[in-house]
Design a binder for this molecule. Structure first.
Ligand code: ADP
Ligand code: MG
Ligand code: ZN
Length: 480
């Protein structure tokens, strides 16, 4: 029997607000444990939550960017469960009336565009963190750090529209790119700012009844998501083939072994005893506010991708590479603004030398030492014929390590391109005299040796000879 996988993803997005969702404590990562806490996020009796307006604005942004409707009225609910990292004994979330409903994202896999439905987006608070450590004086202990308690999250729930691990990754990458572009999430998956629960089931091909799903929790890299889903599909198929049954449960993915294992039986919604939080009034959002947020949205990756092709004349490939990262796109656009006539050259340099250096040094574009102004100055020197493209790469490397102006580097190192025909002729004559054998070969029809001469002449000029002139004069002289 052949099987079809069915996948739905729940993504947790940690929001980039300065303060927590229901109190004024800082959300900064990495502080001393429990230093960013107050009676509200410590769950003290009688402390009352106050909703952070920025969180609502960010949720609206996410909803609009994923084609959701924004609910004029939504409600916070208590999700009750006990865990040591949850001091109140409940998590404030949204349940029956979430802030965003019925959106979608279009993904592309193997050239086919596919629409993935988004069921809902809701706001909620994160829990604290348990640290299992060897504590001086206490020995092996479990400690609780509540700095993360009450940190704002969005949970973005997809429809079970995804049919393979590759589609799941494409959907996640797209969503990740959008929340980073929106400036509502730092996108740092290692620190858990963007993590996903993968719901997976299988059914016989052609069936229209979904199988029983398992939910694999908190997978925090694209690669792990792919591995976890593929593993889970295989596991479920094997299980069914052996006459077993998939049980609805929560599983954990172990990145070291690539295997998922059972964590606990899946709780049902009614286990949580959801009810509207009496401490928070229903959230009413005016249409004006939604429209203000809509107007303030930045250009999103899809629109940028299209504009780079339609207005800037770039290929789909170039447009994709340059829009993949919001900051890279911003850098590229700053360069283009300085040299609007040279879009293609700028694109080649940003995707070539700049990307190569960043990659070599494991840096992001935010740490690029060559500013758009410096890169532009370099391109101007090339355009004016002061330096060749080859020398420009040398100058670029020097700019990278020293931050100096390219003109100063060219001057200092004597890198000005030789465009003096007399000088170039002299070098060519020398090279030809020293390689008479190859000259004869060329003249007897083996024109392939031309490249050899170009190389020799460039080397003799230390890369400074104007390549166009070298080609022209060399050809003339070789033909005799
Ligand atoms: P819960 O929090 O109980 O897991 P949610 O409604 O928040 O429930 O999320 C359920 C997720 O599971 C959704 O992403 C949905 O698309 C997905 N899903 C539902 N049924 C199936 C199924 N049979 N196979 C795979 N995914 C499913
Ligand atoms: Mg779930
Ligand atoms: Zn607090």
């Amino acid at each position: 029997m052949k099987y079809q996988a069915v996948i739905g993803l729940e993504v947790h997005v940690q929001l980039l607000t300065n303060t927590k969702i229901f109190c004024g404590c800082s959300t900064k990562f990495g502080a001393t444990p429990n230093s960013q806490t107050c009676p509200v996020c410590l769950g003290m009796p009688g402390a009352l939550p106050v909703l952070n307006k920025k969180v609502v604005e960010y949720a609206i942004r996410a909803g609009l960017a994923t084609n959701c409707g924004i609910a004029p009225k939504s409600v916070f609910a208590r999700k009750n469960y006990f865990y040591p990292d949850l001091p109140k004994g409940y998590q404030i979330s949204q349940y029956e009336l979430p802030i965003c409903l019925s959106g979608h994202l279009d993904i592309e896999v193997d050239g086919d565009v596919k629409r993935i439905g988004i069921t809902r987006i809701h706001m909620e608070e994160d829990a604290g963190k348990l640290v299992h450590a060897d504590v001086p004086g206490a020995g092996d202990a479990s400690c609780v750090d509540l700095n993360r308690a009450c940190t704002p999250l969005l949970e973005i729930v997809s429809e079970p529209d995804i049919r393979s691990a590759d589609e799941a990754v494409a959907y996640l990458k797209k969503l990740h790119q959008i929340v980073v572009y929106l400036g509502i999430c730092d996108g740092n998956m290692e620190e858990g700012s963007f993590r996903c629960d993968a719901n997976v089931s299988v059914m016989p091909v052609g069936s229209d009844t979904f199988g029983t799903r398992t939910e694999t929790k908190n997978v925090n890299s694209f690669r792990f998501v792919k591995q976890a889903i593929e593993y889970e599909i295989e596991r479920q198929i094997d299980l069914i083939e052996e006459g077993g049954k998939v049980i609805q449960e929560t599983r954990l993915f172990d990145p070291n072994t690539g295997v998922t294992r059972s964590m606990r039986g899946k709780e049902e919604a009614h286990d949580y005893r959801y009810f509207p939080d009496p401490d928070l009034v229903p959230l009413v959002i005016s249409n004006d506010w939604v429209e203000d947020v809509r107007l303030s949205l930045p250009e999103l990756p899809e629109a940028k991708f299209r504009r780079y092709q339609d207005e800037l004349g770039l290929t789909a490939y170039d447009a994709e590479v340059l829009t993949a990262d919001r900051l890279l796109a911003r850098y590229f656009e700053s360069c283009v603004a300085l040299a609007p006539q040279q879009v293609k050259t700028v694109a080649n340099w940003v995707m070539g030398e700049v990307a190569r250096k960043l990659n070599d040094e494991g840096k992001g574009i935010a740490d690029c030492p060559v500013t758009p102004q410096l890169l532009n100055a370099l391109l101007k020197l090339m355009e004016a014929g002061t330096i060749s493209g080859k020398i420009a790469k040398t100058v670029f490397d020097e700019m990278w390590s020293t931050g100096k102006e390219p003109a100063a580097i060219v001057e200092e190192k004597g890198l000005v391109q030789v465009s003096d025909t007399g000088e170039i002729e002299r070098i060519i004559d020398e090279v030809m005299a020293a390689n008479q054998g190859q000259v004869n070969e060329f003249r007897s029809g083996k024109e392939k040796v031309f490249g050899f001469f170009v190389g020799q002449v460039m080397r003799a000029s230390k890369g400074k000879a104007n390549p166009a002139l070298v080609n022209e004069i060399l050809l003339k002289k070789l033909r005799g």
